[in-house]
Write a protein that binds this ligand. Structure first.
Ligand code: PAF
Length: 280
């Protein structure tokens, strides 16, 4: 596996590649890799001639300095893991390489996708995500780019950005990977205590129960029931629970049979923020 830190190294490598018709699969990450990330890399390796994974903790998508500072950084083991799944290139740029002297976001319109859920609680987050993903797409020039469905709102926003900017890349959404107890794999899980990891099953169990309830309970009643589950649990504080239209992410008040819906949840375990989602 090659490890490149600069755009120039990457460009030179692609230039030297003999065949003109090769596909590049790309898995952008912020590191602290887990099996969910590795499944994206495997999907890319199986479907492309070259796979590039980037590791870059993007400062512009963090709305709290503390969150950025505490984000887990495990570069050495990340590189070993990438190598173990036959990744061809790890791209690990510095902040300067990506942003030069101006570490700031561009403004994006995502047709309202950005004002729901995460957008309400993490101001500027999606402008930061849009900025870095667009920059990385320009640098890596992927044919296919792989993102986890756990961050479903992010996935829809990236699809929208690609569509609006006519970017020549296919965005591939991949299923959420879970721990044995159902807790969605996330880099942030490394910051949880053993007890929080164990009891984190409540997030998945709640989503599963919602999936059962949706056919014969009003959404308002389901929302209250979810609130009660977390009120009873001293370890986790519910930030939001929303049942939304999968396409435009607007919260649903009633269910129409011709649309697809998803439940979205964000909770805090002390200082760690966790999100999850489930198709209903
Ligand atoms: O999902 C992530 O890890 C990040 O938001 C991404 C897509 C790598 C952009 O920094």
């Amino acid at each position: 596996m090659k490890v490149f830190k600069t755009k120039k190294e990457l460009k030179t490598y692609f230039k030297g590649y003999s065949s003109k018709n090769f596909t590049i699969g790309f898995v952008p990450t912020m590191g602290a890799l887990h099996n969910g990330h590795l499944s994206l890399v495997k999907e890319s390796v199986d479907n492309n001639e070259i796979t590039v994974a980037s590791i870059f903790v993007n400062p512009t998508q963090f709305n709290k300095r503390e969150d950025l500072e505490n984000y887990p950084r495990t570069l050495e083991s990340d590189l070993t893991l990438l190598q173990s799944v036959s990744c061809d290139i790890a791209f690990i740029p510095s902040t300067e390489e990506i942003y030069s002297n101006t570490v700031s976001s561009n403004h994006f319109e995502f047709d309202g996708l950005e004002i729901q859920m995460e957008g309400k609680f993490r101001e500027g987050h999606f402008n930061g995500v849009g900025t870095i993903v667009k920059k990385l797409f320009e640098i890596v020039t992927p044919t296919n780019a792989y993102f986890g469905e756990k961050d479903f709102q992010q996935l829809q926003i990236i699809r929208k950005m690609v569509q609006k900017n006519h970017l020549p890349v296919s965005v591939v959404g991949c299923p959420t990977f879970r721990e044995k107890n159902g807790l969605a794999m996330s880099s942030r899980n490394q910051l949880l205590s053993e007890k929080e990891k164990e009891e984190g099953a409540i997030i998945y169990e709640t989503l599963c129960r919602v999936k059962e309830l949706i056919d014969n309970k009003a959404i308002e009643k389901i929302n209250s029931w979810v609130g009660e589950q977390f009120d009873k649990n001293p370890l986790f504080e519910l930030e939001y629970f929303v049942i939304a239209d999968e396409e435009n992410l607007t919260p649903a008040l009633t269910i129409s049979s011709n649309k697809n819906y998803r439940a979205f949840i964000a909770v805090h375990a002390d200082k760690v923020r966790l999100i999850d989602t489930m198709a209903l």
